[in-house]
Design a protein around this ligand. Structure first.
Ligand code: ATP
Length: 747
């Protein structure tokens, strides 16, 4: 790997695009003062990612961009590209050439490119670090900077040497690890503080969770109570419902039957005896019978009268005339009495008003006639013949009448038979009606009783429907409270018979117990299900566990970072010591070469700092505590024939020689890919210039050299010489020139 070219455009005095090709192991840049040679070295620093404006002699970014001149306009951007030959793949990039570009604008924006692709500064630094080109730019020794290595503090010197030895990577890794460690420790502190913060919350939540768990146990208990209660209730409801409906149906059937029986009884009862045909017939028969009886009675009376007349006539015929007096025969009186007795007897047994009235009036007439007969009869003289004839007439008439009477009697008996028959029928009917009435009464009573009972059953059913509603309500409520169907909780089946046989008070007691448990549960859970708390607790515990794991991981990585730091420091220390040893060998040789003898070496010294300065007046010197400082590098020299032991005692030239010897020694121990030396040889006399030239030639075996010089000897060692000129337009121009021209140009 070597530097192929440098293309500068708009950077500082290089307003126009200028390209330097570094085709030789030593390239020299020559030119008069102020022509822009150092700007080339700075362009190199710039493109390699230099961030310090000071090291590029600028205060602002703008100072790096061509600022214009009387005859040239200023530029708005500066762009520098360095191209490396990468055929040997020193750069871990699969290209034969690696070109790194940096571009800046007046607004201070900066862009980097690797082979034309925009990249970050970090990528450039990493890529360069991979080929030991450090950002500190130890391979670019700026003008007048050569003896910086001597002027600086031991600690700073150590840093410079470490960098030159390529140990920067360890420093960088240590710094990275320390940064990571600090970050890890910070994370650990934060994690610990987070854990401390959530600990009381977890404690609080744990208590809540315990409560929730208690509540859950209680809820399970409640679920069991509910289950037991409700399964019993369900059984009760089911059975009671069936029982009541069966009862209702039975009663309805019975009522229906009673209604039918009642209707039947009422239809029977509805037969009215007085309106019936038999009653009319009876009245008719009785009336006809009454008329016949009256006819018979009249006949009887006529017969009686005839018999009286016959008796009278017979007696008159047989009795002297003086003996004629008012006589009423015993037979006549007995007949009348018998007749009345019979009539009244019939009337007595009759219920027929008309008939009875008829008998009474007939009786009155008979008695009237009898009285009239008694009062109207006188004694009359008897004419025997006439009397006998009359008697005969009477006797014939009597016989006719008695015959008629017999006929009538016969008729009456016929009527009486009919009356008996009808009365028997009516009696029968009366009996039937009474029976129907009794039945009607009975069925009515039964109907009433059934209706009452049915009403009660219906009321019961109605009340029971309310029980059912409240059962369903309880079931629903229980479900909500328990979180699922309460009946799922029933494990032990109940004995239905026993359950039904137990008094309702037992269920009531169960219900009350459920109520009490519900209240306790509500008190415990405050209405919430506790899910939230459980979840929050789980989350908090999970978070804590996560933090604990994280802390563990962090502790582990902190430990490994500690170990890594120690390891790196050890490696660094070891390599540093090795490096110093090697440098000292070279340093000694170069020094002896330059000064024709003498010794020079680097010595590791521990800088000890005191808490108080030496000038302080100290009463008790023991109070001054010494602190162990960091390791630094001292330069120890001894010149031949001179008793010079400190750097400060050297002349300017001697300092330049010493620093060149040191820089070259360092460069040779760990050769950078290229080395830029900006007028490092400025202070050398001719003899030393020769020695310098030799050293440069030696060094060029290990590193590609770009030297900026006015020194003829140095120029003579270069394979390529670029002349930098600046005309009136204040723009640097480049030209490749020959050695002879170079001496001329350098003037
Ligand atoms: P010497 O031999 O004296 O060391 P040199 O050749 O190294 O000189 P440089 O220091 O590289 O010269 O160049 C300095 C020149 O560059 C100055 O003339 C300065 O004006 C010019 N210069 C610096 N910055 C800019 C800029 N931003 N724009 C234009 N010109 C600039």
């Amino acid at each position: 790997m070597r530097v192929k070219s440098l293309e500068i455009s708009g950077f500082k005095s290089f307003a126009k695009k200028s390209t330097l090709e570094f085709g030789a192991s030593i390239s020299a840049i020559v030119g008069p003062n102020g022509s822009g040679k150092s700007n080339v070295a700075e362009a190199l620093r710039f493109v390699l990612g230099e961030q310090s404006l000071k090291s590029m002699r600028g205060k602002r970014t703008e100072d790096l961009i061509f600022n214009g001149s009387k005859s040239a306009e200023r530029q708005n951007r500066a762009r520098v590209t360095i191209s490396f030959d990468n055929k040997d793949r020193t750069f871990p990039i699969d290209y034969d050439e690696v070109a790194i570009s940096r571009e800046i604008h007046r607004d201070a924006s900066s862009e980097y490119f690797i082979n034309g692709s925009s990249v970050r500064l970090k990528d450039v630094i990493e890529l360069l670090a991979s080929v030991h080109i450090g950002a500190s730019g130890h391979h670019i020794i700026s003008q007048g900077e050569a003896d910086r290595i001597l002027n600086t503090s031991p600690k700073e010197r150590r840093v410079m040497i470490e960098d030159a030895l390529g140990l920067k990577i360890y420093q960088w890794k240590i710094a990275e690890s320390e940064k990571k460690l600090a970050k890890t420790e910070e994370n650990m502190r934060q994690t610990e503080s987070l854990r401390r913060e959530i600990a009381p919350h977890i404690k609080f939540l744990k208590k809540q969770v315990e409560k929730v768990e208690q509540a859950r146990t209680l809820r399970d208990e409640l679920a069991m109570l509910y289950g037991d209660y409700l399964i019993r209730e369900e059984t009760y409801i089911k059975h009671t419902r069936e029982k009541l409906h069966k009862e209702k149906e039975g009663l309805e059937k019975e009522l229906h039957e009673a209604n039918e029986a009642l209707a039947h009884a009422d239809s029977l009862r509805g037969v009215q005896t007085k309106d019936s045909a038999e009653v009319a017939e009876l009245v008719k028969v009785r009336s006809e019978m009454g008329a016949v009886r009256r006819e018979r009675d009249d006949l009887g009376r006529k017969i009686g009268r005839l018999e009286g007349m016959i008796e009278y006539e017979e007696r008159r015929l047989n009795t002297p005339p003086e003996a004629h007096e008012k006589v009423v025969s015993a037979e006549e009186a007995e007949n009348l009495a018998q007749n009345l007795y019979d009539e009244l007897g019939h009337a007595e047994s009759s219920e027929d008003y008309l008939y009875i009235k008829g008998v009474v009036s007939a009786t009155r007439q008979k008695v009237g006639k009898f009285l009239e007969h008694i009062r109207g009869s006188e004694g009359v003289p008897v004419n025997n013949d006439a009397a006998i004839n009359a008697l005969e007439d009477l006797r014939r008439e009597h016989k006719t009448l008695v015959d008629s009477q017999h006929n009538l009697e016969e008729m009456i008996r016929g009527f009486e038979g009919k009356v008996h028959e009808l009365e028997a029928i009516l009696e029968n009917k009366r009996t039937e009606t009474t029976e129907a009435e009794r039945a009607s009464f009975e069925f009515r009573a039964k109907k009433q009783e059934l209706t009452l009972r049915l009403g009660m059953v219906r009321e019961h059913i109605e009340n029971f429907a309310r029980d059912e509603v409240s059962f369903r309500e309880e079931l629903r409520e229980g479900g909500i409270l328990v979180g699922r169907s309460v009946l799922d909780y029933v494990n032990t089946p109940i004995d239905v018979e026993i359950a039904l046989a137990e008094p309702r008070a037992e269920q009531e007691a169960r219900r009350k117990k459920i109520e009490r448990t519900k209240i306790r549960l509500e008190d415990m859970m405050g209405g919430g299900s506790g899910e939230e708390i459980m979840r929050e607790y789980e989350e908090a515990v999970e978070r804590d566990a996560f933090l604990a794991r994280e802390l563990e991981d962090l502790t582990k990585s902190a430990e490994s970072l500690h170990a890594l730091c120690r390891e790196l420091e050890e490696t660094l220390g070891l390599q540093f010591k090795e490096g110093i040893k090697k440098i000292n060998k070279q340093f000694g040789e170069f020094f002896a070469l330059m000064f024709g003898g003498g010794t020079a070496s680097l010595e590791v010294a521990i800088e000890k700092k005191k808490k108080r300065s030496d000038t302080d007046i100290v009463e008790n010197p023991d109070e001054i505590e010494e602190e162990e400082g960091e390791e630094g590098i001292e330069v120890a020299i001894s010149l031949p024939h001179k008793k010079i032991r400190g750097l400060q005692m050297l002349s300017g030239g001697e300092r330049a020689l010493t620093s060149i010897a040191l820089i070259f020694a360092v460069s040779q121990v760990n050769p950078p890919p290229f080395l830029v030396l900006d007028e490092t040889d400025a202070a050398l006399d001719e003899a030393n210039s020769k020695k310098y030239g030799d050293m440069v030639a030696t060094l060029a075996k290990y590193s590609q050299l770009i030297v900026i010089t006015h020194n003829r000897e140095t120029m003579s060692r270069a394979g390529i010489i670029y002349g930098v000129t600046m005309g009136s337009d204040a723009i640097s121009k480049l030209l490749s020139i020959k050695f002879e021209e170079a001496v001329e140009v350098a003037k």
